[in-house]
Design a protein around this ligand. Sequence first.
Ligand SMILES: Cc1cc2nc3c(=O)[nH]c(=O)nc-3n(C[C@H](O)[C@H](O)[C@H](O)COP(=O)(O)OP(=O)(O)OC[C@H]3O[C@@H](n4cnc5c(N)ncnc54)[C@H](O)[C@@H]3O)c2cc1C
Length: 442
Amino acid sequence: MAVVGGAISGSVAAEIFADHGIRVAVFEQNARPYGKIEDGLPRWHVEQRKQEYARIDARLRKPGVYFIPCTKLGRDIDFEDLTRNWGFSAVILANGAWRDRDLGIPGANQYVGKGLVYQNPFIYWYNHKNESSYRGVRYETPDGALVVGGGLASIDVVKVLQLENYERALRARGIETSFQELEKGVPAVCKEHGIRPEDLGVKGCLLIYRRREQDMPLAQPPDDPTPEQIVKTEQVRQKMLRLAREKYLFRFQDRRLPTGLVVENGRLVGLKVAETRIDGRRAEPIPSTEQDIRAPLLISSIGSVPEVLPGISMRGEYYAFAVGAVPRHTEHRHVFGVGNVVTGQGNIRVSLVHSQAVTQKLLDHYARTGIDTEGSAAMRPSDEQRVTERAEALIDRAECWPALSLSQVANIESRIHALQQRVDYTGDYDAWIAKVTPPDLE
Ligand SMILES: Cc1cc2nc3c(=O)[nH]c(=O)nc-3n(C[C@H](O)[C@H](O)[C@H](O)COP(=O)(O)OP(=O)(O)OC[C@H]3O[C@@H](n4cnc5c(N)ncnc54)[C@H](O)[C@@H]3O)c2cc1C
């Protein structure tokens, strides 16, 4: 099996395959395989990040898992080559959603870095900016920034801005605090230091959302909700927003839709924003309500979708997976998806459960594990028995993955080793992680 992406969903799939005696190659674009846990979840989630790192490590160091770091699909390996020539039984895409959804105003993207910033690189910078080896883009966090969003990630963007601004304002008064302290709540920290937040002169950033505040996707109702459950979910959303505003003191406007750009001297200095009329899920701009909202920085945080990769056809913003229990690519019968690459949004648990469910279904429906050779030393008797049973159960299914011959496996292994050697990965997972972890990683 090939798995692309080594974070939550990829490592879960790899572990399940490995536990069933199936060898699995995990191609990961980065040196460290933690994906959105390291580069998405803001760094104040200290304990949660450590726990998830340890879980991913435990899955990827399992016997039978071949980790291939610093190897990006679309750059170091080619999708057509991977799916047609390598000889894998199947390819599982677990490469997440790393492309910011477009702000949707024509011409806006020419102002990226000139007043406009997207969420994914912004949070990446925030999580890594204090490492001495950080060489990426550095962002400013001016007071009064404008954030377009409404989901959980946009609340994190707003928090970053507010924590940076209050830390600076307190420092200007000779009060040293930290992001960990401030994350517990700005008013509480101010109180400890005998100062009122409003006396610090922080204007605060403004979050705008196109629907009503009770529509913000901060909490989700169960499937097929009753009217009472919908009301309850709306109340939970409003409460979450209220608590966040009480702790981080940001400004908020709902029913606001960006409709145009305000540009001066080649720089984006604001947005034209209209009020909206809500009709079900639709948010229609109300004529003659448009006004300019000026801001020193605009951050777009309206969702993440999978990166466009050569060879993987799309349906809209997503890869063209069939809708159903098993997301199989419509043009590649042996290509499947797990985690954020299919769900787009979600959280750690959603990615984990999705990957478990899909991987288990793949095993149940398609897998004839092992290597197709007499007396292969690679298979333990218990494996052999299980394989025989499963193979018998599936023998009539035209779609069974064919078992690979020893020479096919050797061929794949030699290509894997070449890629590992290219980046000096010796096969010792723990030694690699120790080597590539920045000493000052927060
Ligand atoms: C700002 C923010 C805050 C969040 N906060 C929370 C929270 O508090 N709680 C929570 O539960 N969830 C939170 N989430 C969501 C959660 O982090 C994700 O839903 C989950 O981690 C996704 O896991 P995944 O394995 O599906 O995808 P990812 O973590 O995105 O993993 C994809 C992996 O594939 C690799 N990859 C990508 N492209 C390629 C390629 N072309 N070739 C090879 N490798 C590739 C990536 O490097 C990555 O390692 C947050 C997300 C964000 C953005």
